[in-house]
Design a protein around this ligand. Structure first.
Ligand code: EPU
Length: 342
């Protein structure tokens, strides 16, 4: 394993920002990871674990060590009458895993088709789309504890999953590296078709199966979300805010098209994309960054800008949504500043 200095990260962040890592190590095995973490030359430096970089905004170079997990492999660990348990390396491209599962007719991951990024990020972020979250298929996450090099397995319950949230963003933030994830998939798939756009899209397909479900999800995503290979972006930039019922009712009264999703008796989740659209930002371009014309929750980089430009745009959007609706939009992406902030 080689540790590179002044390493370009443009290919390692889906916004495509032209930044560098002070040091960069791609680790293909748990032993390589342990070797780099315990190396006296590096262990006092700021550390950043970077998978696909699909949820990161690099504002500056990272003056520290970037570790890029590349553990590969999908192996069947166990099987019972209902489920198969698949142990997957953190470096596997997420959608390659989804495709692998769908081909074998194992259900649970299909609604998460085409989400950019690597498997190692799925328990951290509890990725979700079209009515399904990764927490419904994650059996356990295998990790290395950064301070001690100890191996530790987090069960699904120990991951403490929430909406785009987990223990790896809270008590264990920056203290673990996910090396493998064990997924539990159904041998007799149960399709989740209730999400509005999905039900509509499925009408275009002659039959209902894991394959057509994946095709439908991919078609919706391709229509609404920019491909990071063509236009830099990190998916949804903000979380959908959860607000008190009264706030939601006030906003809904002025907008008959506002979708609302009850969370519990007293609060409601609102679509941030709609609020941003109503605040007049959809499709707007400011210099070399902007708001995607088909999905206002996605900020885009047209080339030649920096992470600071994206943050300036995001701040202006937050301010105007707050001024108009009294709702604070929380960022969903990770922001990497210099000096390192994590
Ligand atoms: N909407 C608008 N205008 C917009 C965007 C959305 O009015 O510009 C409205 C839609 O009409 C719809 C509602 O907002 O009624 C929800 O929109 P959509 O289905 O596109 O989903 P979202 O809430 O904007 C979330 C996730 C996405 C995920 C989709 C599909 C978050 C932060 N984002 O977006 O995840 O793909 O649902 O399930 O929860 C990501 O996390 O990076 C991501 C892309």
């Amino acid at each position: 394993m080689e540790v590179h200095s002044h390493y370009p990260l443009k290919q390692f962040n889906t916004f495509g920002f032209d930044v560098h890592a002070g040091l960069f190590a791609a680790v293909g095995t748990t032993d390589e990871l342990l070797a780099v973490l315990s190396d006296k030359r590096y262990c006092t430096l700021p550390l950043l674990i970077l998978g696909g970089g699909s949820n990161s905004v690099f504002c500056d170079d990272f003056d520290g060590l970037v570790v890029h997990p590349q553990m590969t492999g999908i192996e069947k660990q166990a099987e019972d009458a209902e489920f198969v348990y698949l142990r997957v390396g953190a470096g596997v491209v997420w959608d390659d895993f989804v495709s692998y599962a769908v081909q074998r007719n194992w259900g649970g991951a299909e609604n998460l088709s085409l989400i950019p990024g690597r498997v190692g990020a799925t328990p951290v972020q509890n990725i979700g789309a079209y009515g399904v979250e990764a927490k419904s298929i994650i059996h356990q996450a295998e990790c290395i504890l950064i301070d001690t090099g100890e191996r530790r397995v987090f069960s699904n319950a120990e991951c403490a999953f929430g909406y785009r949230d987990s223990v790896f963003k809270r008590a264990w933030k920056n203290k673990t590296v996910v090396t493998h994830v064990v997924f539990r998939l159904r041998k007799e798939p149960v399709l989740q078709t209730h999400y509005g756009h999905v039900a509509d899209e499925l009408k275009n397909y002659p039959e209902l199966s894991l394959q057509t479900m994946r095709q439908a999800i991919m078609a919706i995503r391709r229509r609404k979300l920019p491909d990071p290979a063509e236009t830099g972006n990190a998916g949804s930039f903000f979380k959908n805010p959860v607000v008190p019922n009264e706030t939601a009712m006030r906003i809904a009264a002025a907008d008959p098209h506002l979708a609302t999703y009850p969370v519990d008796g007293s609060s409601v989740k609102l679509p941030a994309g709609r609020l941003i659209e109503l605040a007049g930002w959809k499709g707007r371009r400011v210099g070399n960054v902007g708001v995607h014309p088909q999905q206002a929750l996605v900020l885009v980089h047209y080339g030649g800008a920096t992470g600071h430009d994206i943050i300036a745009l995001a701040t202006a959007i937050q301010q105007s949504v707050y001024d108009k609706f009294g709702v604070h939009l929380e960022r969903e992406v990770n922001v990497i500043l210099n000096p390192p902030n994590n």
